[in-house]
Design a protein around this ligand. Structure first.
Ligand code: HDD
Length: 744
């Protein structure tokens, strides 16, 4: 303010003595002369560019280095401290007025500890809440260099990845081995920024337009009145929706197949599902579909195994992934693309590439391998990494772009939006697991959970104050390319006519399955529909099955005790696509778990010989003995009490597993586990289940009359008898074929 008075002013304020906001109040001290208005305001020199243009990266009030491995980023020093770094001498007693007195409100440590604990949970993901993840690397083989300019697809480039596998419907604490689609989400920390491939283990989806996603999920999640059933599609609202909404039939059919019961995350295929568009250096475009092909093979549990596992080990898949990586049996997937021309219609062989309920059979467009991913490091902290990771199909890098698939378009909105409530604000990209490995200089500022201290004054563009930084990049400098595609048409709430074909590919999938796979599908529909209460829903779904396959419809109807309806569509007979079946093929046996069952009197050297042979075939022996502890020199991994058929890929009866004195608790016999011959009833149960689950079984010489023949047909396919080495050799060969379905 410009005072016309020559009187010195005592305090801040205008000529009337009123204080102005911002003036310091210093009673009794004369104010210095106010600056004259005539003083020229001179633009100061621009600040030098920020040190390394790393954006919000490395600046933290605590000096923590966010690029350092997470373990150094969390706990520091050897002493327990408060969150403000004050060392603590006691964390077990709250501050009280005397040892028997009331607790004092002034106890900061108590309040901080409890308050933080009270807020430890964040909202679980609205879908895909249950998951497990691992770190790894992706190495490109260069085959995609001709179709995409993405740097991470160039030959030999190695890119760190983080992969999260998940179920869709269950809550965070639900069982792993439920019948459900599995998420397969991969974050590539490329030099050009984050690329997320957010796919599933099923190549098609329930709905064609993202606006229906809330309807689908409301129908699939537990029913809202009693909040049951958990992590299941076997209930009325799910079948009500999919039978009324027949575009869901194709995905539902996959869910009734073995694909919905993966043996392990390691034995799942992954699909990017939508069609994406790629652009190369020359500006040429093509349409692609992504596939992850597991080197471990594509294997599933049986429904009986899945149900047993849910009780015996609800963390089965999570444990399996972590154990395999810890044991150094790193799971490996090849990444492949089906490449289709970018034509005006965006169709291929009559298949609408924008319709996410349709797949392109591999026999029509070969899956060409463009790189390989190895998962080789377990997360250090579940919450910090697996829970806080976020994926987004809109996280793209130059060279890969989206198409007009209306499901994908809705996803592009949903995945940022959901993090605002799940991760508590807009700064989720700063969480260590989500941080790009490329330089970030984003002009995004402030907001809840702001973790960075950005320098400079010009959080805007253009500017002259921060040296003009940050600059925009040219295409040559690696700017993202929104591939210019023609868009025309009236604004309508419609889909194109080709989206109305809901059954052709259901028939294709069903016709491509092997006999045993079809039996599993029939059993799955029969089970799930039998769990519905409303007969109308069952009848309506049978009507849908009639449009897929007459035999399928009749058998499910018979199982439900209902009449089989007639089809309302002409039943075409598609050319089968063998790639859609999981049967056949030979697979590596590395990491397979082979039970070695011994009795108290078994010669430890025999048990050791079997275990050594299993180990030298690259598989994992699990020694199963009457009690825990050691057997000879070997550690016992499972007792008869803790051994479970579902965690074994095969088993060898290596000794007379005779009943211990206390092996027949009254309740076991009542439950029908009668001793067979001289074998412990739990061993009988174990082998009976393994035999039913079509798994390879070995029985060492001299044990044929132990009673094992009562539960295992020793002449059946996949049952090996002989010496330790002969049996293990044969089992190894059998395991390469996975299951002995010919046992019937
Ligand atoms: Fe989704 C999570 C996969 C359709 C909305 N989705 C999520 C995850 C996977 C998929 C793997 C878990 C990511 C993680 O591990 O954090 N989603 C798919 C696939 C779809 C699909 C393959 C169809 C092709 N999704 C889809 C639609 C919408 C969403 C149509 C909404 C319009 N999906 C979400 C979400 C989630 C999510 C609500 C929950 C948590 C999250 O995103 O981060 O935004």
């Amino acid at each position: 303010s410009n005072s016309r008075s020559s009187e010195p002013r005592r305090t801040g304020g205008d000529s009337a003595g009123r204080r102005k906001t911002g003036d310091a109040v210093v009673p009794g001290v004369p104010a210095s002369e106010p600056p004259s208005l005539a003083e020229p305001t001179k633009a100061r020199d621009p600040l030098p560019p920020k040190a390394d243009q790393q954006g919000p990266a490395n600046v933290s009030p605590t000096g923590a280095d966010y690029n350092a491995p997470p373990e150094t980023n969390a706990q520091q020093g050897r002493y327990l401290t408060t969150s403000t770094g004050v060392r603590l001498g006691d964390t077990d007693h709250s501050l009280k007025a005397g040892p028997r007195g009331p607790v004092l409100l002034q106890d900061h440590h108590l309040r901080e500890k409890i308050t933080h604990f009270d807020h430890e949970r964040i909202p679980e993901r609205v879908v895909h809440a249950r998951g497990a993840a691992a770190h790894g690397t992706f190495v490109a083989n260069g085959a995609a260099a001709g179709i995409s300019k993405a740097g991470f697809l160039a030959k030999g480039v190695e890119t760190p990845v983080f992969v999260r596998f998940s179920t869709v419907l269950g809550s965070r604490g639900s069982a792993d081995t439920v019948r459900d689609t599995r998420g397969f989400a991969t974050k590539f920390y490329t030099d050009e920024g984050i690329y997320d491939l957010v796919g599933n283990n099923i190549p098609v989806f329930f709905i064609q337009d993202g606006i229906k996603f809330p309807d689908l999920i409301h129908a699939g999640k537990p029913q809202p009145d009693r909040e049951i059933p958990q992590a299941q599609s076997a209930h009325d609202t799910f079948w009500d929706f999919v039978s009324l909404h027949t575009e869901a039939q194709h995905h539902t059919l996959w869910n009734m197949s073995d694909r919905a019961l993966p043996a392990s995350f390691r034995t799942m295929e992954g699909f990017g599902l939508h069609t994406f568009r790629m652009i190369n250096d020359a500006g040429e475009t093509c349409l692609v579909k992504f596939h992850w092909k597991p080197r471990q093979g594509v294997h599933s549990q049986t429904w009986e195994e899945a149900q047993l596992t849910q009780g015996l080990d609800p963390d089965f898949h999570r444990r399996d992934l972590a154990d395999a990586i810890e044991a150094g049996v790193y799971p490996v997937w090849d990444l492949g693309v089906q490449v289709m021309p970018d034509n005006d219609e965006q169709t291929f062989s009559g298949i609408d590439l924008l319709d996410p309920t349709k797949l392109v059979p591999e026999e029509l467009a070969e899956v060409q391998i463009i790189g390989t991913m190895t998962l080789n490091r377990n997360p250090i902290n579940y919450f910090a990494e697996t829970e806080q990771v976020m994926f987004n199909p809109g996280h793209l890098v130059p060279g890969i772009d989206v198409t007009n698939d209306p499901l994908l378009q809705a996803r592009l909105f949903s995945y940022i939006d959901t993090q605002l409530s799940r991760l508590g604000g807009p700064n989720f990209s700063q969480l260590p697991i989500n941080r790009p490995h490329a330089a970030v200089n984003d002009l995004l500022r402030d907001g809840s959970h702001q973790d960075a201290v950005p320098g400079g004054v010009a959080a805007y563009r253009p500017n002259s104050l921060d040296g003009g930084c940050p600059f925009t990049a040219s295409t040559a400098e690696g700017a993202f390319i929104d591939i210019p595609t023609e868009v025309h048409g009236a604004k309508v709430r419609e889909l194109s006519e080709s989206f109305e074909d809901h059954y052709t590919q259901c028939r294709l999938f069903y016709a491509s399955l092997g006999e045993v796979e079809k039996q599993h599908v029939i059993a799955a529909y029969t089970f799930e529909l039998a769990k519905c209460y409303e007969e109308n829903i069952k009848l309506r779904q049978l009507g849908c099955l009639a449009n897929i396959d007459a035999e399928l419809c009749q058998q499910v109807a018979a199982g439900l005790g209902l009449p089989a309806p007639k089809p309302t569509e002409k039943l075409t007979t598609p050319e089968p696509s063998p790639a859609l079946s999981q049967l056949g093929g030979r697979w590596p046996v590395a990491g397979r778990r082979v039970g070695v069952v011994v009795g108290a009197d078994t010669d430890p050297t025999v048990a050791a010989a079997v275990a050594d042979a299993v180990r030298s075939a690259g598989m994992l022996p699990l020694l199963i003995a009457p009690t825990g502890g050691t057997f000879g020199k070997q550690a016992i991994q499972r007792s008869y009490l803790t051994a479970a058929s579902v965690e074994l890929d095969a088993a060898v009866l290596a000794g007379l597993a005779a009943p211990a004195d206390d092996a027949f608790p009254a309740r076991d016999s009542k439950a029908g586990h009668q001793p067979a011959g001289q074998l412990d009833p739990r061993v009988v149960k174990l082998f009976g289940e393994l035999f039913r689950q079509a798994k390879p079984i070995g029985v060492l010489d001299g044990l044929d009359d132990s009673g094992i023949a009562d539960v295992v047909d020793l002449g059946a396919p996949g049952v090996a008898t002989g010496s330790a080495s002969a049996v293990v050799d044969e089992l190894t060969e059998l395991l390469a074929q996975h299951r002995m379905w010919q046992r019937g």
